[in-house]
Structure formats: structure tokens, C-alpha cells
Write a protein that binds this ligand. Structure first.
Ligand code: NAD
Length: 261
């Protein structure tokens, strides 16, 4: 596959590009911004095609790639999805922190071209999500659900996209409305049925998540700790292979579709 990477100078973009090249794909476009523009793509992505300069024009990625991968900032997601529909190219959005409005625009555009959105591409988190949904369905609202996450000091969004994904799985399991029950800025006493979030930021933590079901006299906790970003990159490789098999637009796809969960 000919791959275009938006955010090619970022932590994720670099690793995705390098692993894609190692897996035999051609990384032919890199988009970023600031001082990175105009530099050789190979400065950021070992194994990228030679003689290509980092561009600031997202459209370049959609014109020539078979698939475009976006790990940048939330406001980039909708413009990229619009370009994906214009050029009829599959798009993976790994960026987190998207608003509900941005996600609903993506849902509409996903009927026109293949768009996959995943806040966490690791196998472990996607399996944990299913476990959380099942536990939330079994345990009634006397078990308070709290989600604690920790990430590196530079993370922009809070709670993390993964924490929200786990919270939504809990709400689905319990059959309650997520937005009406999620609490990200707790003050005062806890109300029954709430799904609480706590975000810690510091050091170089890649991503720790714990979902707590706190009842009277006992607590059930499920945790996932990412110790390498390669974990997410491996999930991205699964997504590329899934797209390569040939997918049709229809819905906003996520890791469940890719992993067949
Ligand atoms: P980063 O800050 O290291 O990299 C982001 C890159 O995007 C930077 O090089 C920046 O210059 C570039 N950029 C920013 N705005 C841009 C724009 N408008 N156009 C082009 N390039 C732009 O961040 P990161 O750690 O690589 O994470 C990127 C995103 O991916 C975050 O939202 C993060 O939460 C998310 N993430 C998702 C997963 C997952 O599994 N889906 C895993 C890790 C991180």
C-alpha cells in the first residue's frame, strides 16, 4: 500500500511510518507543520521513500496515497475526512480528543468513504473494553464506576480518548446514557449511576487505565498499562491489512470491526 502520514514528525507518526515501511508498504507522503515542513521525510521516518519533502498541504496525502493515516490534533480530523471523501481514499484517524460534533460529522462522511476512528489501537484495550461492558452489565448501580488514567506530561486532551472509550463501554453495558452520566470535573458527593473520570499527567507515561467498580465491601479493578507505543503501531498495521483486503464505506469503523470482536 502507498501510505500518507499526517503528523509524520510526531511520536506516533514516525513509528507508524517506520513499521509500515518495514512491513513492505511505501510511505510516500508526510504532512506536518512548523519547522518540519520542507525537511526530507526520511529525517523523520526511516524507510520512507527517498527524495520526498515533508509537506504542509494535507491534500497532497490524499491525491497519491492508497490510504491516509492521521495522528495529529482533533481539529484536523473533519477536514481530513472531507478530503478522504473527495479523493475516495480510506482514512484512519487515531487522534483523540474529538468533540461529539466532530464525531457526528465523521459518522456522516463515513457513508461515502472508508473511515476508521480508533482512540486506542492496542489489542489489550479493545479486549478490556469488552470485559468492562460485560462487568457493567452484570454489576448493578450499587457498584460505582470510576476510571483513572495517567499519561505523559505533554498530552493535550483529558480525559484520554481511551478512558472515554472505556466509559462508553461501561455505559453501554449498563444500558445508560453516557453523556448524561459521565463526570469529568467532580465536586461534592457522588450520585448513583455516575461514571467518574480522573486524569493524572506526568513524566513519560505512555498510557495507564484502570476501571474501578466500587461496591460495599469490595472493589473490582481492571487495568491496562502500555509500556511501548509499538503496541498501538501494531494495531495500526492490523488496520492497514484490513483496509488492504478491500472494505466498503457504510459506518464509522473502529477496532472492533478490524479485530472482528
Ligand atoms: P505528537 O505531538 O508527538 O505528534 C503530533 C504531530 O502532528 C506533530 O508532529 C505535530 O507537528 C503534527 N501536527 C499537529 N497539528 C497538525 C496539523 N494541523 N497538520 C499536520 N500536522 C500537524 O503526538 P502523538 O503522541 O504522536 O499523538 C498524536 C495523537 O494520537 C494524539 O491525539 C494522541 O492522543 C493520539 N494517540 C492515539 C493512539 C491510538 O492508539 N489511537 C495512541 C497514541 C496516541
Amino acid at each position: 500500500m502507498k501510505i500518507g502520514i499526517i503528523g509524520c514528525a510526531g511520536r506516533m507518526g514516525k513509528m507508524i511510518g517506520e513499521t509500515a515501511a518495514l512491513n513492505g508498504h511505501k510511505v510516500i507522503v508526510g504532512i506536518d507543520r512548523g519547522d518540519n515542513i520542507g525537511k526530507p521525510l526520511t529525517d523523520f521516518i526511516k524507510g520512507a521513500e527517498k527524495g520526498i519533502a515533508v509537506s504542509s498541504n494535507n491534500e497532497d496525502a490524499f491525491m497519491v496515497s492508497d490510504m491516509v493515516i492521521d495522528f495529529t490534533v482533533a481539529d484536523n480530523a473533519v477536514p481530513n475526512a472531507e478530503l478522504a471523501t473527495k479523493y475516495q481514499k480510506p482514512l484512519l484517524i487515531g487522534t483523540t480528543g474529538l468533540t461529539t460534533e466532530q464525531v457526528s460529522v465523521l459518522q456522516k462522511l463515513a457513508s461515502e468513504t472508508v473511515i476508521i476512528k480508533s482512540a486506542n489501537t492496542s489489542l489489550g484495550i479493545n479486549i478490556m473494553k469488552d470485559a468492562v461492558k460485560k462487568l457493567a452489565a452484570i454489576l448493578d448501580s450499587s457498584y460505582d464506576i470510576e476510571i483513572v488514567e495517567m499519561h505523559h506530561r505533554n498530552k493535550k486532551d483529558a480525559p484520554s480518548g481511551t478512558a472515554l472509550l472505556l466509559g462508553k463501554a461501561a455505559a453501554e453495558g449498563r444500558n445508560i446514557d453516557f453523556d448524561a452520566n459521565a463526570v469529568t470535573d467532580r465536586t461534592g458527593k457522588r450520585k448513583t449511576g455516575q461514571i467518574g473520570f480522573a486524569s493524572l499527567r506526568g513524566g513519560d507515561v505512555i498510557g495507564d487505565h484502570t476501571v474501578i467498580f466500587a461496591g460495599d465491601g469490595e472493589r473490582i479493578e481492571i487495568s491496562h498499562k502500555a509500556t511501548s507505543r509499538q503496541l498501538f503501531v501494531n494495531g495500526v498495521m492490523k488496520i492497514i491489512s484490513w483496509v488492504e483486503k478491500g472494505q466498503k464505506p457504510g459506518k464509522l469503523y473502529d477496532m472492533d470491526d478490524v479485530l472482528g470482536l
